[in-house]
Write a protein that binds this ligand. Sequence first.
Ligand code: PA5
Length: 471
Amino acid sequence: MDPIEYQPEGAFLEKTGISRESLLQLGPSLEAARSEIQADLKAWTAGHPPAPDKDPLDAGFIDLPERILTDYRTRREQSELGRVLATADRLCETVDRVVVLGIGGSYMGARAIMDACCHPMYNELSRADRGSRPRVYFDGNNVDNDATQGLLDVLGQSESIEQPEGGWAIIVVSKSGGTLETAVAFRQFLNRLNSTLKSPSAHSLGDLVVPITGTHGKLHDLAQALQCRDIFRVPNGVGGRFSVLSTVGLLPAAVLGLDVVHLLEGAVMMNERFQTAAVGNNPVLDFAGVCHLLEKERGASTRVLSVWSKGLEAFGLWYDQLLAESLGKSERGALPLTAVNTRDLHSRGQQHQEGVRDKLITNVIVDKYRRDPLRVGQSQWNQDQLNALADKTMPDIMRAAIQGSKQAYRDDNRPTADLHLPCLDEHTLGQAFQMLMLATIVEGRLIGINPYGQPGVEAYKRNMHTFLRST
Ligand code: PA5
């Protein structure tokens, strides 16, 4: 399996960037952050309560991939992952559509996995072309009246709910079990599902609703009342935005027929590199170091994740949340921004090229496409004058756009870095998720901000509840 590679050469600019030496000089601090993270994990594993300045300490995500895989290899179908796979297969045999309800960390990872690893038009394919896996939709990530009803329209009052081709099911994800957006959506979809079930039916509601939640809370209670056949836990010590490689991301991925073992193995590979490689050759420490130095020394307080693949947009949005909720505290923290290129060269490109010098652009580049290259080709209608490029392929044009934009930024002394993904599959995605989660906590430790918890999100929730009850 090929490793992903972080190449920050475009950030090494004399007056407006940083030097390789300054990254190496930061090495001892980065390595100290790594040791601190390892000590945090040990303390968390031993069940020691965190010091007040480290509370909350959600270090459980770090070795989660190893723990899940070990459990699976030892106990197979009895293991958590074994149960995830069995539930996914059961849903595949029973229904044609699965609605995944959740918001924030309970939504974005699964969405990123689907968009990166599945056919770009997955839900439009025939059941056979989907490998007999269900279509997957997302809701509960907003309170958008028309959007939710739009999805309910698609699900319909299916007459054929008893048939796999017509039936649908719900995966509802909420760690706290009380998030209003998800809860309101769940009520809508649950009521609709209930009303479509005939009596007597081959299925009970509890067969068609799979909750992923904490060990207590409103969703937990609801799951008990519905007698859900399968209930999964968001593991202890794993915060929402760090939960993509738990059941939260694994169950939807397994429903889609994706290789969840590969996903986890990719993360394990990144953990090994993080623990053993020196600064200058360690994607996690180097990424954290370059971002930190550019912000501190050059005011690069906007971090653009420039993804050169449509399938990575949701991955970029997942990272937006990770960075924003983890380090956007105490009036600090860089602003994350996802750009999808070449699309956004035609919208944001002007500002990135000539706007305020407050940006670090990290290009996320997929080196190998899944499909054979499409050639421009000869045409009898050459008014577009593309016959001159007839031998070029879409990947050739994409490469030229990447090189061209990197050159343009360099010529104007604007710092960039590259993150190369050998291809877009489960293994590379697992590496990339783990790399960015680890880099975020490294940076948090480096600058003295607790990367876990999101106390600032509570204010809007309190106000929203007050308004709801007073009007
Ligand atoms: O990172 C986080 O913890 C948050 O983004 C949560 O995932 C989000 O608020 C959803 O919370 P819950 O899973 O409790 O519904």
